[in-house]
Design a protein around this ligand. Sequence first.
Ligand code: UDP
Ligand code: MG
Length: 326
Amino acid sequence: MSGSVSVVVPVYNERDNLPELMRRTLAAGRALGRPWELVLVDDGSRDGSGDMLEAYARENAGEVKALLLYRNAGQHNAILCGFAHAQGDILVTLDADLQNPPEEIGRLVAKVEEGFDVVGSVRQDRQDALFRKVFSGMVNLMVRRSTGVILHDYGCMLRAYRRRVVDAMLACRERSTFIPVLANLFAKRVTEIPVGHAERAAGTSKYSFLKLINLQFDLLTCMTAGPLRLLSWVGGGISALSLLFGALLLVLRFAYGAEWAGQGVFTLFAVLFFLVGAQFVALGLMGEYIGRIHGDVRERPRYILERVVGETLGEKAQAAARPQRT
Ligand code: UDP
Ligand code: MG
Protein backbone atom coordinates (compact mmCIF):
# COMPACT_ATOMS: atom_id res chain seq x y z
CA MET A 1 0.00 0.00 0.00
CA SER A 2 1.59 3.25 -1.08
CA GLY A 3 0.83 6.47 0.80
CA SER A 4 -0.44 9.69 -0.67
CA VAL A 5 1.89 12.51 -1.64
CA SER A 6 1.65 16.28 -1.16
CA VAL A 7 3.90 18.54 -3.19
CA VAL A 8 4.28 21.95 -1.52
CA VAL A 9 5.57 24.91 -3.52
CA PRO A 10 6.14 28.41 -2.07
CA VAL A 11 5.63 31.13 -4.66
CA TYR A 12 6.78 34.73 -4.39
CA ASN A 13 6.57 36.86 -7.53
CA GLU A 14 7.16 33.97 -9.91
CA ARG A 15 4.61 34.87 -12.61
CA ASP A 16 6.80 33.92 -15.56
CA ASN A 17 7.78 30.56 -14.10
CA LEU A 18 4.32 29.34 -13.19
CA PRO A 19 3.02 27.92 -16.51
CA GLU A 20 6.12 25.76 -16.97
CA LEU A 21 6.14 24.81 -13.28
CA MET A 22 2.51 23.69 -13.49
CA ARG A 23 3.04 21.70 -16.65
CA ARG A 24 6.04 19.80 -15.33
CA THR A 25 4.82 19.35 -11.76
CA LEU A 26 1.37 18.12 -12.80
CA ALA A 27 3.02 15.61 -15.13
CA ALA A 28 5.41 14.43 -12.41
CA GLY A 29 2.60 14.17 -9.84
CA ARG A 30 0.31 12.20 -12.13
CA ALA A 31 3.18 9.88 -12.99
CA LEU A 32 3.41 8.86 -9.32
CA GLY A 33 0.43 6.59 -9.85
CA ARG A 34 -1.05 7.19 -6.41
CA PRO A 35 -3.24 9.79 -4.68
CA TRP A 36 -1.45 13.11 -4.67
CA GLU A 37 -2.06 16.85 -4.35
CA LEU A 38 -0.22 20.01 -5.29
CA VAL A 39 -0.30 22.68 -2.60
CA LEU A 40 0.70 26.09 -3.94
CA VAL A 41 1.38 28.80 -1.38
CA ASP A 42 1.39 32.38 -2.58
CA ASP A 43 3.71 34.25 -0.23
CA GLY A 44 2.07 37.64 -0.72
CA SER A 45 3.21 38.13 -4.34
CA ARG A 46 2.65 41.52 -5.94
CA ASP A 47 2.94 40.44 -9.56
CA GLY A 48 -0.34 38.59 -9.94
CA SER A 49 1.07 35.15 -9.10
CA GLY A 50 -1.67 34.75 -6.49
CA ASP A 51 -4.45 35.11 -9.05
CA MET A 52 -2.71 32.61 -11.30
CA LEU A 53 -2.48 30.09 -8.47
CA GLU A 54 -6.14 30.57 -7.73
CA ALA A 55 -6.98 29.88 -11.38
CA TYR A 56 -4.82 26.73 -11.37
CA ALA A 57 -6.64 25.46 -8.29
CA ARG A 58 -10.00 25.95 -10.00
CA GLU A 59 -8.85 24.39 -13.27
CA ASN A 60 -7.39 21.33 -11.59
CA ALA A 61 -10.03 20.77 -8.95
CA GLY A 62 -9.30 17.79 -6.73
CA GLU A 63 -5.61 17.94 -7.49
CA VAL A 64 -4.42 21.46 -6.82
CA LYS A 65 -4.95 23.67 -3.83
CA ALA A 66 -3.92 27.33 -3.57
CA LEU A 67 -3.17 29.00 -0.25
CA LEU A 68 -2.97 32.76 -0.44
CA LEU A 69 -1.02 34.54 2.25
CA TYR A 70 -2.03 38.09 2.96
CA ARG A 71 1.54 39.35 2.76
CA ASN A 72 5.11 38.11 2.45
CA ALA A 73 5.97 35.79 5.36
CA GLY A 74 9.20 34.31 4.00
CA GLN A 75 9.90 31.06 2.19
CA HIS A 76 10.08 28.84 5.26
CA ASN A 77 6.90 30.20 6.83
CA ALA A 78 5.11 29.80 3.51
CA ILE A 79 6.18 26.16 3.39
CA LEU A 80 4.98 25.62 6.97
CA CYS A 81 1.61 27.04 5.96
CA GLY A 82 1.57 24.59 3.05
CA PHE A 83 2.44 21.73 5.42
CA ALA A 84 -0.38 22.72 7.77
CA HIS A 85 -2.88 22.37 4.93
CA ALA A 86 -1.38 19.38 3.15
CA GLN A 87 -2.76 15.94 3.81
CA GLY A 88 -0.32 13.54 2.18
CA ASP A 89 1.58 10.83 4.01
CA ILE A 90 4.73 11.98 2.26
CA LEU A 91 5.42 15.69 1.76
CA VAL A 92 7.74 17.03 -0.91
CA THR A 93 8.92 20.65 -1.13
CA LEU A 94 10.04 22.28 -4.34
CA ASP A 95 11.07 25.78 -5.49
CA ALA A 96 8.86 27.57 -7.97
CA ASP A 97 11.70 28.89 -10.13
CA LEU A 98 12.39 25.48 -11.71
CA GLN A 99 15.90 25.33 -10.32
CA ASN A 100 14.86 21.96 -8.89
CA PRO A 101 13.49 19.62 -11.57
CA PRO A 102 9.95 18.45 -10.60
CA GLU A 103 10.76 15.20 -12.42
CA GLU A 104 12.79 14.14 -9.36
CA ILE A 105 9.71 13.96 -7.10
CA GLY A 106 9.21 10.27 -7.89
CA ARG A 107 12.74 9.35 -6.81
CA LEU A 108 12.42 11.28 -3.54
CA VAL A 109 9.15 9.54 -2.74
CA ALA A 110 10.61 6.12 -3.54
CA LYS A 111 13.50 6.85 -1.18
CA VAL A 112 11.13 7.77 1.68
CA GLU A 113 9.36 4.48 1.16
CA GLU A 114 12.63 2.64 1.57
CA GLY A 115 12.25 3.69 5.20
CA PHE A 116 13.74 7.16 5.48
CA ASP A 117 12.03 9.99 7.39
CA VAL A 118 13.73 12.79 5.51
CA VAL A 119 15.26 12.68 2.05
CA GLY A 120 17.36 15.66 1.08
CA SER A 121 18.98 16.29 -2.25
CA VAL A 122 22.39 17.43 -3.35
CA ARG A 123 22.48 19.78 -6.29
CA GLN A 124 24.79 18.42 -8.93
CA ASP A 125 26.59 21.06 -10.92
CA ARG A 126 24.85 23.86 -9.07
CA GLN A 127 23.85 26.79 -11.26
CA ASP A 128 24.16 29.76 -8.93
CA ALA A 129 26.44 32.73 -8.50
CA LEU A 130 29.95 31.78 -7.28
CA PHE A 131 29.64 33.67 -4.02
CA ARG A 132 26.42 31.79 -3.23
CA LYS A 133 28.17 28.45 -3.78
CA VAL A 134 31.19 29.34 -1.64
CA PHE A 135 29.01 30.78 1.11
CA SER A 136 26.77 27.75 0.99
CA GLY A 137 29.77 25.41 1.21
CA MET A 138 30.88 27.10 4.43
CA VAL A 139 27.41 27.02 5.92
CA ASN A 140 26.96 23.34 5.09
CA LEU A 141 30.27 22.52 6.74
CA MET A 142 29.22 24.41 9.86
CA VAL A 143 25.85 22.64 10.02
CA ARG A 144 27.49 19.25 9.60
CA ARG A 145 29.94 20.00 12.40
CA SER A 146 27.38 21.19 14.88
CA THR A 147 24.53 18.76 14.18
CA GLY A 148 26.65 15.75 13.35
CA VAL A 149 24.15 14.90 10.61
CA ILE A 150 26.15 14.21 7.50
CA LEU A 151 24.18 15.97 4.78
CA HIS A 152 25.87 17.94 2.06
CA ASP A 153 23.34 20.45 0.86
CA TYR A 154 21.09 22.10 3.40
CA GLY A 155 20.15 24.91 1.06
CA CYS A 156 18.45 22.72 -1.51
CA MET A 157 14.72 22.73 -0.84
CA LEU A 158 13.87 19.80 -3.10
CA ARG A 159 13.18 17.48 -0.19
CA ALA A 160 10.75 14.84 1.01
CA TYR A 161 9.48 14.33 4.55
CA ARG A 162 7.39 11.72 6.24
CA ARG A 163 4.14 12.96 7.80
CA ARG A 164 5.35 12.24 11.33
CA VAL A 165 8.31 14.62 10.97
CA VAL A 166 6.17 17.36 9.46
CA ASP A 167 3.65 17.12 12.30
CA ALA A 168 6.48 17.54 14.78
CA MET A 169 7.76 20.60 12.89
CA LEU A 170 4.27 22.10 12.88
CA ALA A 171 4.08 21.66 16.63
CA CYS A 172 7.12 23.94 17.04
CA ARG A 173 6.09 27.42 18.03
CA GLU A 174 9.31 29.15 16.98
CA ARG A 175 9.04 31.92 14.44
CA SER A 176 12.40 32.04 12.76
CA THR A 177 13.20 28.63 11.52
CA PHE A 178 15.07 26.72 8.89
CA ILE A 179 13.08 23.69 7.81
CA PRO A 180 15.82 21.25 6.70
CA VAL A 181 17.66 21.65 10.02
CA LEU A 182 14.48 21.48 12.08
CA ALA A 183 13.49 18.26 10.33
CA ASN A 184 16.72 16.58 11.42
CA LEU A 185 15.70 17.03 15.04
CA PHE A 186 12.74 14.72 14.56
CA ALA A 187 13.91 12.30 11.93
CA LYS A 188 15.37 8.93 12.78
CA ARG A 189 16.70 8.04 9.36
CA VAL A 190 17.92 10.75 7.02
CA THR A 191 19.47 10.42 3.61
CA GLU A 192 20.07 12.40 0.45
CA ILE A 193 20.14 11.76 -3.26
CA PRO A 194 21.87 13.65 -6.07
CA VAL A 195 19.54 15.76 -8.22
CA GLY A 196 19.99 18.02 -11.20
CA HIS A 197 20.03 21.79 -10.84
CA ALA A 198 19.12 24.40 -13.40
CA GLU A 199 19.51 28.12 -13.64
CA ARG A 200 16.51 30.14 -12.53
CA ALA A 201 14.07 29.89 -15.47
CA ALA A 202 12.84 33.51 -15.19
CA GLY A 203 12.92 36.42 -12.76
CA THR A 204 15.60 37.04 -10.16
CA SER A 205 16.44 35.48 -6.81
CA LYS A 206 14.04 36.50 -4.08
CA TYR A 207 16.90 36.67 -1.60
CA SER A 208 18.69 39.98 -1.36
CA PHE A 209 22.09 39.94 0.32
CA LEU A 210 20.59 41.11 3.62
CA LYS A 211 17.76 38.57 3.48
CA LEU A 212 20.35 35.88 2.84
CA ILE A 213 22.40 36.93 5.88
CA ASN A 214 19.27 36.88 8.00
CA LEU A 215 18.42 33.40 6.72
CA GLN A 216 21.86 32.17 7.79
CA PHE A 217 21.27 33.54 11.28
CA ASP A 218 17.89 31.79 11.31
CA LEU A 219 19.71 28.62 10.45
CA LEU A 220 22.34 29.15 13.14
CA THR A 221 20.01 30.11 15.96
CA CYS A 222 17.48 27.43 15.06
CA MET A 223 20.20 24.83 15.19
CA THR A 224 22.21 25.53 18.30
CA ALA A 225 22.97 27.84 21.19
CA GLY A 226 26.60 26.75 20.80
CA PRO A 227 27.95 30.15 19.73
CA LEU A 228 26.63 31.67 22.95
CA ARG A 229 28.49 29.06 24.95
CA LEU A 230 31.51 29.54 22.75
CA LEU A 231 31.40 33.26 23.51
CA SER A 232 31.98 32.76 27.20
CA TRP A 233 34.82 30.34 26.49
CA VAL A 234 36.45 32.68 24.02
CA GLY A 235 35.87 35.66 26.34
CA GLY A 236 37.38 33.74 29.26
CA GLY A 237 40.33 32.66 27.13
CA ILE A 238 41.03 36.19 25.95
CA SER A 239 40.88 37.54 29.47
CA ALA A 240 43.23 34.85 30.75
CA LEU A 241 45.69 35.61 27.96
CA SER A 242 45.48 39.35 28.66
CA LEU A 243 46.33 38.68 32.32
CA LEU A 244 49.37 36.68 31.30
CA PHE A 245 50.32 39.37 28.86
CA GLY A 246 49.97 42.04 31.59
CA ALA A 247 52.18 40.02 33.92
CA LEU A 248 54.75 39.61 31.17
CA LEU A 249 54.80 43.36 30.52
CA LEU A 250 55.30 44.00 34.22
CA VAL A 251 58.25 41.62 34.40
CA LEU A 252 59.83 43.12 31.29
CA ARG A 253 59.32 46.58 32.68
CA PHE A 254 61.41 45.66 35.72
CA ALA A 255 64.00 43.98 33.56
CA TYR A 256 64.42 46.75 30.98
CA GLY A 257 63.22 49.82 32.86
CA ALA A 258 60.49 52.41 32.36
CA GLU A 259 61.95 53.61 29.08
CA TRP A 260 61.12 50.33 27.43
CA ALA A 261 57.63 50.20 28.95
CA GLY A 262 56.77 53.63 27.53
CA GLN A 263 57.35 52.37 24.06
CA GLY A 264 55.10 49.40 24.78
CA VAL A 265 52.06 51.65 24.88
CA PHE A 266 51.14 50.74 21.36
CA THR A 267 51.08 47.07 22.18
CA LEU A 268 48.55 47.87 24.82
CA PHE A 269 46.46 49.70 22.28
CA ALA A 270 46.55 46.68 20.04
CA VAL A 271 45.36 44.50 22.89
CA LEU A 272 42.64 46.97 23.75
CA PHE A 273 41.32 47.15 20.22
CA PHE A 274 41.27 43.39 20.01
CA LEU A 275 39.20 43.14 23.16
CA VAL A 276 36.81 45.87 22.08
CA GLY A 277 36.34 44.08 18.76
CA ALA A 278 35.70 40.75 20.42
CA GLN A 279 33.11 42.37 22.65
CA PHE A 280 31.24 43.80 19.72
CA VAL A 281 31.16 40.44 17.96
CA ALA A 282 29.89 38.87 21.15
CA LEU A 283 27.22 41.49 21.63
CA GLY A 284 26.11 41.21 18.02
CA LEU A 285 25.71 37.48 18.25
CA MET A 286 23.78 37.77 21.50
CA GLY A 287 21.61 40.32 19.78
CA GLU A 288 20.74 37.78 17.08
CA TYR A 289 19.52 35.31 19.68
CA ILE A 290 17.77 37.89 21.80
CA GLY A 291 16.04 39.32 18.74
CA ARG A 292 14.67 35.90 17.95
CA ILE A 293 13.62 35.30 21.56
CA HIS A 294 11.85 38.62 21.38
CA GLY A 295 10.07 37.44 18.26
CA ASP A 296 8.99 34.24 19.97
CA VAL A 297 7.66 35.86 23.12
CA ARG A 298 5.53 38.19 21.11
CA GLU A 299 3.97 35.09 19.55
CA ARG A 300 3.01 36.92 16.43
CA PRO A 301 1.35 34.69 13.88
CA ARG A 302 3.85 33.26 11.39
CA TYR A 303 1.62 34.21 8.53
CA ILE A 304 -1.90 35.34 7.78
CA LEU A 305 -3.74 33.03 5.45
CA GLU A 306 -6.21 35.05 3.44
CA ARG A 307 -8.02 32.20 1.74
CA VAL A 308 -7.84 28.61 0.53
CA VAL A 309 -8.97 27.68 -2.94
CA GLY A 310 -9.63 24.11 -4.00
CA GLU A 311 -10.14 20.76 -2.32
CA THR A 312 -7.73 17.91 -2.80
CA LEU A 313 -7.30 14.28 -1.88
CA GLY A 314 -11.02 13.76 -1.46
CA GLU A 315 -11.35 16.46 1.17
CA LYS A 316 -14.86 17.15 2.37
CA ALA A 317 -16.29 20.40 1.06
CA GLN A 318 -15.42 23.04 3.64
CA ALA A 319 -15.84 26.76 3.86
CA ALA A 320 -13.13 27.78 1.46
CA ALA A 321 -13.27 31.48 2.12
CA ARG A 322 -12.80 31.25 5.86
CA PRO A 323 -9.82 33.45 6.74
CA GLN A 324 -7.49 31.73 9.18
CA ARG A 325 -4.62 32.76 11.38
CA THR A 326 -1.92 30.35 12.42
N1 UDP B 1 10.16 32.43 -1.82
C1 UDP B 1 9.05 32.67 -1.01
N2 UDP B 1 9.08 33.75 -0.16
C2 UDP B 1 10.17 34.56 -0.05
C3 UDP B 1 11.31 34.27 -0.83
C4 UDP B 1 11.26 33.19 -1.70
O1 UDP B 1 8.04 31.97 -1.08
O2 UDP B 1 10.13 35.51 0.74
C5 UDP B 1 10.12 31.27 -2.75
C6 UDP B 1 10.45 31.61 -4.20
O3 UDP B 1 9.30 31.99 -4.91
C7 UDP B 1 11.00 30.30 -4.69
C8 UDP B 1 11.71 29.73 -3.48
O4 UDP B 1 11.13 30.37 -2.36
O5 UDP B 1 9.99 29.40 -5.08
C9 UDP B 1 13.21 29.93 -3.50
O6 UDP B 1 13.51 31.31 -3.72
P1 UDP B 1 14.69 31.78 -4.69
O7 UDP B 1 14.71 30.94 -5.92
O8 UDP B 1 14.57 33.24 -4.89
O9 UDP B 1 15.96 31.47 -3.79
P2 UDP B 1 17.41 31.07 -4.33
O10 UDP B 1 17.23 29.98 -5.35
O11 UDP B 1 17.99 32.30 -4.91
O12 UDP B 1 18.10 30.60 -3.08
MG1 MG C 1 16.01 29.72 -6.81
